[in-house]
Design a protein around this ligand. Structure first.
Ligand code: ADP
Length: 488
């Protein structure tokens, strides 16, 4: 099969979040299964073209953006068996950040990602790629779906192409003022209430949902949740309408990058068979954080974007009642000012219990994943989540709210003592969080610690690699090939 991915980030070229990790892992695994795999990205200035050997393609276009046109070129490199192509335009993409700078989102993001989506179509045409599947991700690439469907009819390059649209987080929709529609080059039928119009605005995400041949999201539970009002962000009816074509496939992690047996960034290496190194990591974490704790005092880690999505309000509410459990809490994160201030306040109120580090720091994240005993992730909603996978792989039992991918990937130890790999709670409340924490602390302090150690080993041995999810995607591709609705 020929598979073309279009997305706005990919490890190791450009990253702001989990989307980049998915793009860095899934395409190479599919290439390894024998597929012809391409990835098309915006040509951000920050991508190191020399290091990865990008070479300019023999193509130059003037892409219309409303009344103006902008020049486009492309360059390509091969990385882990995948052909990676950049849609190049220095004015639009040679900037400090991918989507914005300190002043906020770039005001011309609509134009930037319309240009990118049109560039994706041009790259497929110019390079003579004949995709069976065009797999597009999130709002930044969503317009590829209506563009292929409404503007590429009859072209051999797109004859067999079915479009799969994957939503990584419904909270980010790419909604812009109605004037933006003129930049898309799409026919007027694409801007009605049954197509891309969303309360008078243009919704890129809705365009992907309406025009793709199939839709997926990153866990089965989240796929179900987004068809309901609570987590549907206003698009639940549109998604429910397409329920038959909506699939949930859970992400994996790159198990070679996240492995306590080989991780050179942590103080000592360890495995499920020999856990002794984990104690050294715990010591180092406590020392670095300026905290003291006897072995019976559990260390709880949090590594997260400091965003409302992540359940910070119930953590803040619960902390006063968690302190008497005699725990240590280490928090690493960056995000909104409101949460930075709230976290600083917690630290100043409970200096012997809590350490807070307000920054993005991969090394510190690894120290927390390896050195903590438990990992807290009480998300309000969570499409898939990666933190819980990494924590389990490092033998740090997750305490999670039972939503989205967290519900699908963490088995509660109290409910299922033989297979459990963590603790989960249902209600979004401080009480429910405290209840789960209390169960975790009780087991941690339990007689001889054998049940705890057994759960740690189970969590570490669970399979979170991309292999099984990549096969599920390949199966989904096969099931939707030939479903192309271009021009029909
Ligand atoms: P989301 O994509 O919603 O932010 P995920 O759990 O899917 O949440 O992925 C978050 C990833 O980013 C994890 O790998 C986590 O370790 C990492 N991460 C989040 N915040 C930080 C931070 N402050 N420092 C280092 N790594 C972080």
């Amino acid at each position: 099969m020929t598979i073309v991915f279009a997305a706005s980030e990919m490890v190791p070229f450009c990253k702001t979040g989990g989307l980049a990790d998915v793009l860095g892992a899934l395409p190479p695994v599919l290439a390894g299964l024998g597929h012809d795999v391409h990835v098309i990205l915006p040509g951000y200035g920050s991508i190191d073209r020399e290091r990865f050997g990008f070479i300019g393609e023999d193509m130059a276009r003037e892409l219309p953006l409303g009344a103006e046109t902008r020049p486009m070129t492309a360059s390509s490199a091969t990385w882990r068996g995948v052909s990676v192509h950049l849609v190049e335009n220095r004015y639009l993409f040679d900037r400090e950040g991918l989507y914005g700078g300190i002043a906020g989102d770039y005001p011309d993001n609509a134009a930037r990602f319309i240009f990118f989506s049109r560039g994706v179509v041009e790259v497929i045409r110019a390079l003579g790629i004949e995709p069976d599947i065009i797999h597009i991700h999130d709002w930044q690439a969503a317009l590829v779906a209506p563009l292929v469907r409404l503007t590429c009819a009859g072209e051999p390059a797109f004859d067999n192409a079915s479009v799969l649209f994957t939503i990584h987080n419904l909270g980010y929709q790419g909604n812009f003022g109605p004037e933006v529609f003129d930049l898309t080059g799409l026919p007027p039928e694409a801007f009605t209430w049954t197509t891309m119009e969303f309360w008078g605005r243009v919704s890129f995400l809705k365009g992907g949902i309406v025009y793709a041949d199939a839709i997926s999201t990153v866990s089965a539970t989240y796929a179900e949740e987004i068809t309901g009002e609570t987590l549907g962000f206003g698009l639940h009816d549109v998604l429910a309408e397409r329920r038959r074509d909506l699939h949930g496939i859970v992400n994996g992690i790159d198990t070679s990058l996240w492995d306590p047996a080989t991780d050179s960034a942590i103080p000592a290496r360890y495995s499920a068979e020999d856990l002794s190194g984990k104690a050294a990591c715990r010591e180092a974490l406590l020392r670095t954080c300026g905290l003291a704790a006897k072995p019976t005092v559990p260390v709880i880690g949090i590594v997260t974007r400091l965003d409302d999505q992540k359940g910070l309000d119930i953590i803040e509410e619960a902390v006063g009642r968690l302190v008497p459990l005699d725990i240590r809490l280490v928090i690493l994160g960056t995000g909104t000012k409101k949460h930075h201030e709230a976290m600083d306040l917690l630290k100043s109120r409970y200096p012997d219990t809590i350490q807070v580090m307000l920054r993005y720091d991969d090394g510190m994240a690894r120290l927390i994943y390896s050195g903590a005993d438990m990992f807290l992730m009480p998300s309000r909603y969570e499409p898939c989540g990666l933190g819980q996978f990494i924590a389990m792989r490092y033998g740090t039992l997750p305490i999670v709210r039972r939503t989205g991918g967290l519900a699908d990937t963490v088995t509660d130890i109290t409910a299922d003592p033989r297979n459990g790999t963590g603790f989960s709670f249902g209600d979004y409340s401080a009480e429910a969080l405290i209840g789960a924490m209390t169960r975790a602390v009780t087991l941690f302090r339990g007689k001889g610690g054998t049940a705890w150690t057994a759960a740690v080993q189970r969590a570490m041995r669970a399979d979170f690699s991309w292999d099984s999810s990549a096969r599920l995607y390949a199966g989904l591709y096969t099931s939707i090939t030939g479903r192309n609705r271009t021009g029909r």
